[in-house]
Design a protein around this ligand. Sequence first.
Ligand code: PLP
Length: 451
Amino acid sequence: MTELPDDLKTDEIIRSLASDRSTTWLRSTPTEAALPDLGAVMDSAAARFDRFAPWFATTFPETSTVPAELAEAFPEAGGGMIESPLVPATAAQRRLDELFGSEVTGQLWLKRDDSLPVSGSIKARGGFHEVLEFAEAVAADHGLDAFDPATYSSPKFREIAANHRIVVGSTGNLGLSIGILSARLGFAASVHMSADAREWKKTLLRDHGVDVIEHAGDFVEAVEAGRASAEAAENTHFVDDEDSVSLFAGYSVAALRLERQFAAAGVTIDERNPLIVYLPCGIGGGPGGVTFGLRRVFGTAVRCVFVEPSQAPSMFLGVRTGLHSDIAVQDIGLSGATAADGLAVARPSRFIGPTIGPLISGFATVPDEVIRAGVGILHETEGIDVEPSATAGLTIPWRTGDAAAESSSGIHLMWLTGGAMVPDDERIAYVEEGRGLVERIGSNASAIFVD
Ligand SMILES: *Cc1c(COP(=O)(O)O)cnc(C)c1O
């Protein structure tokens, strides 16, 4: 354990986190912080997804046509789009009003990344992008036309790809995204899974021909093992979830898409109708990339709140202390363990906090019980089944209510981060368990800090 400096030991927000209480920190001065100079990587990631759309459309038949829910926002798209619907959630909003005995003003909306094609989680954005970027680099290195989607179905490319390996450490979903896509492109792939990873995710990857290496330790250990195995190896690319600009760029593209989806829905986002986005957070890469993109697109009309399990608030702790990846949740006596396996990360990204930290408008922690209950609420009200991690933010607007008066109007957007790949038996178990917890959701006390 790192010995905490005295000023941190007395910080009331850190003490609240350390006591395992639900804690909210709203940074009331919506920062005018300058955007880091990453707009170019975001734009080139968007162009890369466009280039690969024809390949996706032929390789994954489920993406070959643009689903009706997306057609209005993307009339020119011809299939192969990795995108998810944006939908209002009035039934869930009414139910939460009832459970909390208070109404939030503004409207609850859902971003359905739980239903992203091919790998069923937000990791399809970042993870796919990094694999595609590597594929283009390999193609170009070998004199192939990297910008022609047909290249990636050619025997020549597949022969070359078989001689290259992609390695990643994961709590599950990043491994799924990277593993599935790597295998389809013909790359060898190794996924180092932490103890939190669900068994079915390992089985599914093995079925795709991916090497799955299981670790008894946490995510940090799985990443370390992956990095070490890739270091000396030839023709090997390590996807570093602790420090990857390519993952980040892939996530950020979501904002360009969201802008068009709100426009198609006839919703204007501006200072009078602000967008408050609740992002389930693990290591910070996904929410960090999305936040950058959203701030670039919507400016100060958007506020992003990162939501973490109360035993694993790694980004919250890193940004609040300013120590970023030099501090882990164990340093304040928390376990890092949570039922929200996608968020089971004890030490934050080296890259996101220092770069994106000033753009984050708030942090919140939630106990596992509330996260699980969220699965039940979405099932009962919207008929949507997600994995527990995806629901982390669902109750936050009701929690902050008056304390964040300015942020209780506008659009409250819950970023549902995963779910479509969960096998039926587990899905049914999550729903059953969640439904049993719904009635208790309003009784969760929390500490709110505004500064
Ligand atoms: C990975 C993941 C997140 C958070 O992304 P990070 O980059 O780890 O912060 C949230 N929800 C789900 C379901 C995930 O798999």
